[in-house]
Design a protein around this ligand. Sequence first.
Ligand code: F6R
Length: 614
Amino acid sequence: MCGIVGYVGYQPVVDILIDGLEQLEYRGYDSSGIAVKTSDKIEVFKAEGKLCNLREVLKPNVDLFKDSTMGIGHIRWATHGAPTVLNAHPHTCNCGNIAIVHNGIIENYKELREQLEAKGCVFKSQTDTETIAHLIGQKYAEVKDLTKAVELATKELEGAYALCVMHNDHKNKIVITKRNAPLVVGIGEGEFFIASDVPAIIKHTKKAVYLGDNQVATLTPDSFELLSADGDIIQPKVEILPWEPVALSKMGYKHFMLKEIHEQPDVVRNILFGKLHTPDEPIILDEVKLTKDKLKELNRIQIVACGTSLHAAMVGKYLIEQLCEIPVDVEPSSEYIYRKTVTDSHTLVVGVSQSGETADTITAIKQSKARGSHILIITNRPDSAMARLADSLIPVNAGIEVSVAATKSYTAQLMAFYLLALYMAEIKNSVEQSLLINLKSEMMILPQKIEQILSSTENIQKCARAYANTRDFIYIARGINFPTALEGALKLKEISYINATGYCAGELKHGPIAMLDETMPVLSILMKGCVYEKLLTNSEEAKARNARMIALTNSRDEKLESLFDYILRVPDVQEIFSPVISMVPLQLLAYYISEFLGKDVDQPRNLAKSVTVE
Ligand code: F6R
């Protein structure tokens, strides 16, 4: 995680750095800092916590840096060392001549630190990053060339990094490099903007160069010298960013999360646009580059993802197995990468990721690609590292998601799986035509059903107030909504810090039921379909243990009134689409509980939007 920025040019640098960091706050907000070159030396400013604290630190120092036109900045998600000022970046070498910012993790930092301490380096922080600053400092003392020093130092690093480096002797020079962490350079006229991600540069320029692994670039206001991993000078490949600068606004909503929840009807419309015209016509999914014959030959699908994207993938498994009769395995990327997996050329590997930058999923995808599997990526960021590994790419087009808790991207990922499953079912002829038509008709009216939920949220708000002060929460469901229970619980715990767990309801009696008493809320996701009666029985069992019962349901069953203390109603929907409809009230419930408790809804503690470390 972490975000880095840099600027070298002719404009006052501090506002550019701070503005860039603000756009990267989704990558972490434990601390922030900048280093700028003034006429005498490199000045470093740091603050614990959010960016607003750094702004306060900078205010009394404006005169120091008002003429500075070069600097680097960092926003931190702590990995090594607590989120204190001392551990905040930029880090400097012993003499303070070198300043660096770093995104990634250096795995061999302990050995390097010991070696550097033996040579007299004095460490001020507990970070892995400070090791790099000292190492570059040592190399610079030997070779007196910043680019060469960075090249030599990074050869000794194991792990992942994106680095921006500056030196006191060089008024107008920044050296950057990366390995397994993103870094993009925006090209201006007599200026360069460096960042971990496009939002930090897009308002300045649409021309950009994505640095490749182990490349080293030396930037001055009027030169961009790029060295390949072998040290040869190469031509930077300039791309035009397919982005428009967007003013990230809450549009009158109190939080980005609430705004993003309310965007979901349009998100569904967007992803269906151009792919589903009428129920009678086949789904158009040109993004899938496998030939129809190859698709028919698939004998297995593996889906890798993390967190919320993993829950979308679990729904995807239900859909593909039910509609296409192809066995599907879903696995957290972080587990997938550390065991022997069996794939062959008839296996399709699907990576799902909002950000397209999640390190575990990228590694999983790289491993499968090396084994020759066709890689299909479902992501909200078609410009991401993961997207660049794809053989087939389905962009979900949910728009920028600012809130750390994923909402609209989850719904968009679900829709991508509906499209994919129906598309493959049509090619494989694995489902009756009449059923396909029926499913496509229902899919087209999902946006209105979500709108119906969003138009009247009073009952959800009332429920949130009634349960906000609980310590624990249990979500139960069966079948296709088991992932909904997991995702509902994840939403609640990440933004309210209430200990929430999702269970498949049949498992309750095998242990978790022991926790039930009159203090425990149990929310049953009771959608009409093949497991409805079974889940009703499981809910009765929970009620018999005095749990505080809440139903989320599309059923009008009168029995529910006596069984549940609270009933959250959703529009009627076919069971197969119920994960889309049932998730929206659960997002809102988590939102209102968090808001009622006064938590930081959009930037909950300890989290970051883009998890770029394994
Ligand atoms: C939860 C959440 C995370 C992400 C996870 C994977 O609200 O956002 O669990 O889903 O970190 O991130 P992506 O989808 O970017 O790979």
